[in-house]
Design a protein around this ligand. Structure first.
Ligand SMILES: [Fe+2]
Length: 232
């Protein structure tokens, strides 16, 4: 199983603050039997360029690989980005370089404001370029956008990622399970940042899903993973 969203790479964003923290996070994923994790550091266009971001990200990845070289059974790491939406994003010629390694999937973090029709048109433009936006942690936007806006967004022929915590939080668990049952969630990620307050928690979410919805939903998530051509 793949964890689609994480901040495991050391010293590159507000996620893991050191190689030791990253190794501790990998220990947790290994114990949860997660086979592959997507390393998706934040990309903010106002502070970075795709080229510089990729250079820094790949450097942090190499550093982690070197530190983990004697470990067995760690999950495979795929490189990606969590790209914050900005005006003009659909026109950036190098946008595809921020897609998840080996795919045309772009983890897209929408603004934490009420969305506008213009924003949604721009997401549709990204899709028309042949890049598939995957909306990061959709659950965070449900409270301040209307149901019709959320529906309009989800109808853009995009994919939806939700966090494991959406399933594990008692207040939101029913909603998460119902959305997954309706196949309105396509990927789950821990969005893990550290070893404590935002630790890898995919294993617990998958157990809950198996218990509440049965093996069919796990099989469905595994079928979605076929969009990511990875051997693990
Ligand atoms: Fe994130």
């Amino acid at each position: 199983m793949i964890d689609f969203h994480s901040h495991v790479l050391p010293g590159i964003d507000d996620g893991s603050d050191s190689v030791d923290t990253s190794l501790g996070m990998l220990d947790m994923w290994r114990a949860q039997k997660i086979d592959c994790i997507c390393a998706t550091p934040h990309f903010y266009a106002e502070h970075n360029t795709p080229r510089r971001f990729i250079r820094n990200r790949n450097g942090a990845y190499e550093e982690l690989l070197m530190a983990a070289r004697n470990e067995k059974g760690y999950p495979k790491i795929l490189l990606g980005a969590e790209v914050r939406f900005f005006d003009g994003i659909s026109n950036v010629s190098t946008l595809d370089s921020l897609c998840l390694e080996g795919t045309n999937l772009l983890l897209l973090e929408m603004p934490f404001t009420r969305w506008t029709d213009r924003m949604l048109r721009e997401v549709g433009e990204i899709r028309r370029r042949g890049i598939i936006p995957v909306a990061a942690h959709l659950e965070r936007y449900l409270d301040f956008n209307s149901k019709s806006m959320i529906k309009h967004f989800m109808d853009l022929d995009i994919l939806i990622q939700c966090n494991a915590g959406f399933f594990l939080n008692k207040r939101t668990s029913r909603k998460a399970l119902s959305m997954l049952k309706d196949r309105r969630i396509h990927f789950i990620g821990s969005d893990a940042h550290n070893l404590s307050s935002r630790a890898p928690n995919m294993g617990d979410a998958l157990q809950l899903i198996l218990h509440k919805l049965g093996a069919g939903s796990i099989e469905y998530l595994l079928r979605m993973e076929e969009l990511i051509d990875v051997d693990y």
